[in-house]
Write a protein that binds this ligand. Sequence first.
Ligand SMILES: NC(=O)c1ccc[n+]([C@@H]2O[C@H](COP(=O)([O-])OP(=O)(O)OC[C@H]3O[C@@H](n4cnc5c(N)ncnc54)[C@H](O)[C@@H]3O)[C@@H](O)[C@H]2O)c1
Length: 333
Amino acid sequence: MVTLNPETFAGKTALITGGMGFIGSNLAIRLANLGAQVTILDSMIPDYGGNEFNLYPVKDRVRVNYCDVRDESAVSYLVRNQNFVFHLAGQVCHIMSLSNPFPDIEINITGTAVLMEALRKHNQDAIVVYTGTRGQYGPSVSLPVNEEAPTNPKGIYEISNLTAEKIIKVYNDVHGIRSTLLRLSNIYGPRSQMLHSRFGVCNWFVRVAMDNQKIQVFGDGSILRDFLFVDDCVDAILRTSISPDAYGEIFNVGNDVPVSFLELVKTIISVAGQGSWEYAEFSPERKAQEPGDFYSDISKISRVAGWRPKYDLEEGLAMTLEYYRQHREHYWQ
Ligand SMILES: NC(=O)c1ccc[n+]([C@@H]2O[C@H](COP(=O)([O-])OP(=O)(O)OC[C@H]3O[C@@H](n4cnc5c(N)ncnc54)[C@H](O)[C@@H]3O)[C@@H](O)[C@H]2O)c1
């Protein structure tokens, strides 16, 4: 089992695709603070999750390239001499993928193929980490869900993530480009977009509470999910990247403490000390994509990479609220 000590990433080179986004920027900050030389690739497509302010704490210590992950020549240049490639760029909205499948197919699938081909041609020694989604499983057949569960995704976004994961696995198995394949649960915390409710449900509820509005709880609020604080997610990404036994493997990255949406909302209101809630009907799109109860079995990543979440929901929410209270003007409009 690996230990993540302060020297592990010092002097190492790391490319983060989607590094201006929510998880990518938290990862960039952690890596820069550990002494890594960080390069960001991000296209900043409007309405997606990128925000320049996200990288403010390390703005003089990371190199930012505004380019698209589908751009073969840019990607071929950027992957050279990287020790690590963290692939987080993507179209992330499952609702949008139901009415327009093409961004998922083009960005999540073609973009991943462009990246892996660039690595095959120019840097087969890099270690790749891919962040897919728990949505790849679709409806749970038993709980908690482990990595052996069948994959019956309910949307194009989820299919595109599963396809990207399989593409990267082929490059691991056939071309020897080491990779770890993560399936993330619901991640929340500082630096997520706060402009709309189409992705990042927990963060959206935080905004509604901070605005002293009513949080809408769909159905009876009893559906179970596992919510993971972003620092814990970053920890999982880093630990699996340096665990030789993790290469070529799929891991759930979630929380083994499930909560219902109603409990989540009540906890947000209590930690925030503001906001209220009401029951609401599911919209037809949300109803069609709702896979029911889900929570992750995280015993595999725990065993192989020595990872488990450090923060409970109250602690994570308190840090999230503090961040947005301090930096609201960069996220509210
Ligand atoms: N946040 C979650 O709860 C969650 C859950 C499961 C999986 N994931 C996955 O983790 C990854 C990161 O998610 P996030 O929450 O940080 O999303 P995000 O939207 O905040 O970040 C994604 C970043 O990718 C960039 N991007 C999008 N298309 C691009 C392109 N064509 N070229 C270059 N950059 C592009 C965006 O500008 C954005 O900065 C995504 O692949 C997402 O599917 C996230």
